[in-house]
Write a protein that binds this ligand. Sequence first.
Ligand SMILES: Nc1nc2c(ncn2[C@@H]2O[C@H](COP(=O)(O)OP(=O)(O)OP(=O)(O)O)[C@@H](O)[C@H]2O)c(=O)[nH]1
Ligand SMILES: [Mg+2]
Length: 343
Amino acid sequence: MRIGIVGYQGSGKSTIFELLTGVAPDISKSHTGQVGVAIVPDERFDRLVEQYHPKKETPARIELFDTPGLSRSDQGGNAQRLGIIRESAALVHVVGAFTGGDPVAEVDAFITDLVLADLQVVTNRIGRLEKEITKPLPNRDELKAELEGLRPIEARLSDGNTLHGVELTEVQRQATKAFSLLSGKSHLVLLNTADAEVDTALLQQIEDKGLSMLAAPLGLELEVQQLPEEDRAMFAEEMGLGEPSRQRVLRAIFEMTDLITFFTCDEKEVHAWLLKAGSNAVEAAGAIHSDLARGFIRAEVMPVADLLRLGSEREVKAAGLHRTEGKDYIVQDGDEIVIRFNV
Ligand SMILES: Nc1nc2c(ncn2[C@@H]2O[C@H](COP(=O)(O)OP(=O)(O)OP(=O)(O)O)[C@@H](O)[C@H]2O)c(=O)[nH]1
Ligand SMILES: [Mg+2]
């Protein structure tokens, strides 16, 4: 799953990408986008590592995708850039509040660009369907149903609304699946401020639009991160910076996804795994290794919260908080799992 870092040119996307992934932006990839990996901060993982002192630690990771910025005065290249953004599962929308522009107007303008891009895709399809249904095709009824499904979506978009919070029918879901519509993707506004001071009135205005948002001086924080370790604290204090927001931003990004975390742990390795919410025990086994899914017998499950609270697997078992689950068990966020299998 790829999370797109999106926004207008020069808003600070590549700066934030570097802060979050540690990967310096590669100029040769500025037209195609660049992928980097970030660790998902998880306090439970850190505490499991403290408890087990494993030889190997494997935290969960997500892919971030630094995309080419849209041009504010579209000179024709935005269609291609929007196509690149479409490959993202969710959008982190970076708004630069260090250049003296109007961030609220930028948020509106960017969202309008997304809505218009979706509208164009939907309108094209409607145009094609209208022609098709005049022909005596065997699947004419299906095409008609698709057309009727798309019309309310088109109406909503042409009124300038996003697709957030819209309940789609099954026909609509199928009809729009391949379009990967931009204005329906999870959307987090990241306000990249000039310094540690945050304009609360500005934040309020963006929040009033019903958008999730975070504000932080991310450019400045990258500068701090790039200093030699011994100079960081002093510089951060001089600049009035509090706790670095890197972890907070990554956590918020992770929360936009529909992923949960489960854990496997022993003295050899503590490993955090990501899984689509609603997945069952066999799917969790498959995330670890296909052999574990193929030869699945049962899953032994205990909540990590209990494991941390009681201090060891033995204590959890003694307290009767350890369970044996079958194939259909829906894995919960924070489960510690041992898969029993036979191949
Ligand atoms: N003062 C200040 N400058 C910043 C901040 N973030 C980014 N910049 C500067 O703004 C310029 C653009 O930053 P980038 O991170 O390259 O912006 P971008 O969104 O990746 O730009 P494109 O890839 O061209 O769309 C660079 O010169 C950065 O140094 C910030 O928080 N404060
Ligand atoms: Mg960039």
